[in-house]
Design a protein around this ligand. Structure first.
Ligand code: SAM
Length: 377
């Protein structure tokens, strides 16, 4: 079994602010042969293309073409974005009734521009997207990407703005109904990155464990578990690179756990902050991490929080999700979700190296329970 798994296709999002899928089929992808599935793309010996069955305006194409040199890329008509990274904005599904939208951790802007395409397609007078980015340097990239993608007319970028310092009750945000949270994380789901092979945190679920199958790597025998709990030294020291480039030296399981704990503390704080926006009715929370500590555990803690209970925030159940996400088969880990079947089913996961050919990813949606807040509906 190979670590990297099957050949990775190139995922491309067609940016409908600038173009249409049929225009791109006739121009950028004119030499690509249409096939049915992503597996057909991967197996094809020719240049192949398939339209994704889950995410609108997303295609998988054979690797090997440098799309960054194409006119479509330069003009913002196409955006190179992994399929799993398209899940949060699609799941958030902002509609004109939701009002304005916040992207709390926005650079480089893949999801901001995808939100732009969604709101643009649904109204001649799109809602405002407020995009926050704490890192000034990364905010410049965000600004450039939003401009090239054609969303600058309705996207307000707050460069160097820490989302945690934004006041939810500020009049500027009184119409914000939907928030996308894609905070910094361990980046362990990024394709091509080794997920710390020397370290086996018991909380990294793998596909299948949610179905209750015994899983040797995550459910070792009792003595084995005890041994694993003891801090194991790792030689040489592993450098953990977060998805936003921050490097942390990790030389033991204890240090890895401490790093995950620090990240998940920040992620939960961010999520609870988002839940305080007065008109908010939808939130998505996502990471490109495989660790349950940054994923299902954050979701469970948020649901149990005072702010979620008093404001009526609930998990967005699978059956209430937008069709493509409801149909996506890879769900949260049951054990990591505390045995709560509904929460596990509501959580959306992706694992790198499997037949879906996407990056490792996690996303969950939250909605405000209208019965808990009748005055605001
Ligand atoms: N959503 C982005 C995309 O799809 O292109 C990727 C976001 S990346 C995972 C996380 C970003 O959040 C980083 O650029 C980081 O600088 C920024 N960030 C971290 N903490 C933040 C905070 N408190 N407020 C605003 N931005 C923050």
């Amino acid at each position: 079994e190979s670590r990297t798994g099957p050949v990775h296709p190139r995922w491309i999002r067609i940016n409908t602010v600038r173009t249409t899928a049929s225009d791109q089929q006739e121009t950028t992808f004119k030499d690509f042969e249409p096939v049915e599935t992503v597996q057909d793309v991967v197996k094809s010996t020719k240049k192949a293309i398939c339209f994704d069955p889950h995410i609108p305006n997303l295609v998988a194409v054979s690797p090997g073409t440098d799309f960054t040199k194409t006119e479509a890329y330069r003009s913002g008509a196409i955006i190179l974005q992994d399929k799993a990274s398209c899940f949060p904005a699609y799941l958030l599904n902002p509609s004109p009734e939701d009002g304005d939208v916040i992207d709390s951790c926005a650079a480089p802007g893949n999801k901001t521009t995808q939100l732009g395409a969604i709101v643009h397609s649904r109204s001649d007078n799109p809602a405002t997207i407020y995009a926050f980015e704490k890192d000034k340097f990364r905010a410049k990239t965000l600004e450039r990407m939003v401009r090239i993608a054609g969303s600058d007319g309705f996207t307000k970028i707050a460069q160097g703005q820490d989302f945690l310092k934004v006041k939810p009750n500020s009049p500027e945000y009184e119409n914000v109904g939907a928030l996308l949270l894609d905070p910094s994380c361990s980046g362990s789901g990024i394709v091509g990155r080794d997920e710390m092979p020397e370290l086996h945190l018991p909380e990294i679920p793998t596909p299948g464990s949610a179905k209750g199958k015994p899983n040797k790597s995550t459910k070792p025998a009792k003595e084995d578990r005890k041994r694993k709990r003891e801090d194991k030294e790792v030689k040489p020291t592993t450098i953990m690179v977060d998805d936003d480039g921050k490097e942390t030296e990790i030389s033991s399981e204890k240090e890895l756990q401490a790093r995950i704990d620090a990240l998940s503390g920040f992620q939960l704080t961010l999520l609870l902050h988002a839940m305080k926006f007065p008109a908010a009715r939808k939130i998505t929370y996502s990471t490109c991490s495989l660790y349950a500590g940054e994923n299902e555990h954050v979701v469970l803690k948020a649901l149990e929080s005072e702010v979620a209970r008093t404001r009526g925030w609930k998990i967005l159940k699978r059956q209430d999700q937008v069709r493509g996400m409801r149909d996506w088969p890879v769900r949260g880990d049951l054990a990591a979700a505390g045995g709560d079947q509904e929460v596990a089913e509501a959580c959306i996961r992706a694992y790198k190296g499997d037949e879906h050919c996407v990056m490792g990813f996690f996303v969950a949606g939250f909605v405000r329970d209208p019965t808990a807040t009748p005055d605001e509906e």
